[in-house]
Design a protein around this ligand. Structure first.
Ligand code: TYM
Length: 335
């Protein structure tokens, strides 16, 4: 990737806490590949974020490699974009410290993800869980990214990143670009198949609530067949029909059909037919990702080559940012 072109810069990241979910895919990763021609893109497997909740080290290592392979399988081309593992570039953590000194305790305590996660992990409300959004701000600001493609649940963190950047700029003079969220119109919040009031999440205790993008076809179809809907029978997008609305959105994204076309397609048919069609469409849509993943995960040497050169490129860009930041805050030059 050229570092000197006029193209806008995109940064996004995903945690390696297991296989990506259909929510991760539809809300974020699916959109990352097509952006590569128009923008300079940087994508990261954010393993440092993952340890804010307890991880088994061997499993984390395995999940991180799998997530990296999955990222490429989802269409991220390491020749076009920078794709790297967060912990391979120490500049993120270093910038995070500086930015934490421009972040207020009060604003971190208002983060809904912190409230949710600290309720879920009440025995381990560690400082990293609390300052996590500062590291996320550092991820983005270290590259002076213009746009950040994310699902709706990350919007609050992005707003905080903008506030931190703005505060730093006020204190030290204009420096950071204020990043804009890039949230898809459809599928920004894919809901649980078992409780359509809740977002789909890999940490859900009920395995039927969540589609993993490496699930095989039978599993995907079975999970959709069991999806919670409502007591009506009409396939149409309407307030109060959260389960059906969610399934229609998913079906629309993977088939390219509009909501009206979907309603017409299933007029007079029951929810059973609809759920089967959604399951099959999702499984067929994900088939090429699964095939490509199976190929890539066997080629550890290639993956290593890609993530090593990705980290080198990421390091070069962010070291420049950090040197300028150090000068701005008043640190004495090391050389
Ligand atoms: P993470 O790993 O939880 O999720 C990765 C991306 O998937 C989106 N997403 C969803 N979109 C729609 N419906 C859902 N049910 C759903 N679940 C997850 C998320 O919005 C996200 O875009 N803090 C981030 C990772 C991160 C990051 C960054 C993102 C770290 N640094 C810098 C952007 C820029 C996170 O935990 O995402």
């Amino acid at each position: 990737m050229s570092e000197t072109t006029e193209k806008k810069l995109i940064f996004s990241g995903i945690q390696p806490t297991g296989t990506f979910t259909l929510g991760n895919y539809i809300g974020a990763v699916r959109n990352w590949g097509p952006l590569q021609d128009e923008y300079n893109c940087i994508y990261s497997i954010v393993d440092m974020h993952a340890i804010t909740v307890r991880q088994d080290p061997a499993k984390l290592r395995q999940n991180t490699l799998q997530a990296y392979a999955l990222l490429l399988a989802c269409g991220i081309d390491p020749k076009k974009s920078i794709a790297f593992i967060q912990s391979h570039n120490p500049n993120h953590a270093e910038l995070s410290w500086i930015l934490s000194c421009s972040t207020q305790f009060g604003e971190l305590s208002r983060m809904t993800q912190f409230k949710d996660k600290s309720a879920k992990h009440a025995d381990d409300i560690n400082a990293g869980l609390f300052t996590y959004p500062v590291l996320m701000a550092a991820d983005i600001l270290a590259y002076n990214a213009d746009l950040v493609p994310i699902g709706a649940d990350q919007k609050q963190h992005l707003e905080l990143a903008r506030n931190i950047a703005g505060r730093f700029n006020q204190k030290y003079g204009d420096f950071f670009t204020l990043p804009e969220p890039f949230i898809p119109k459809a599928g920004a919040r894919v809901m649980s198949l078992q409780d359509p009031q809740k977002k789909m999440s890999k940490s859900d205790e009920n395995p039927n609530a969540c589609i993993l993008i490496l699930d095989d076809k039978d599993t995907i179809v079975r999970k959709f067949k069991r999806a919670v809907t409502d007591s009506e029978s009409e396939v149409c997008y309407r307030e109060g029909k959260d389960g059906i609305n969610n399934l229609m959105t998913i079906y629309s994204v993977v088939t390219g059909k509009s909501l009206d076309e979907i309603t017409a397609e299933f007029a007079g048919k029951g929810y059973g037919d609809f759920k089967l069609a959604v399951g099959e469409a999702v499984a067929d849509h994900l088939e090429p990702v699964r095939t490509e993943y199976a190929r890539l995960i066997e080629d550890k040497a290639y993956l290593k080559e890609c993530y090593t050169s990705g980290a080198e490129a990421a390091f070069r860009i962010t070291r420049k940012t950090l040197s300028k930041v150090y000068r701005k805050v008043g640190f004495v030059d090391a050389r």
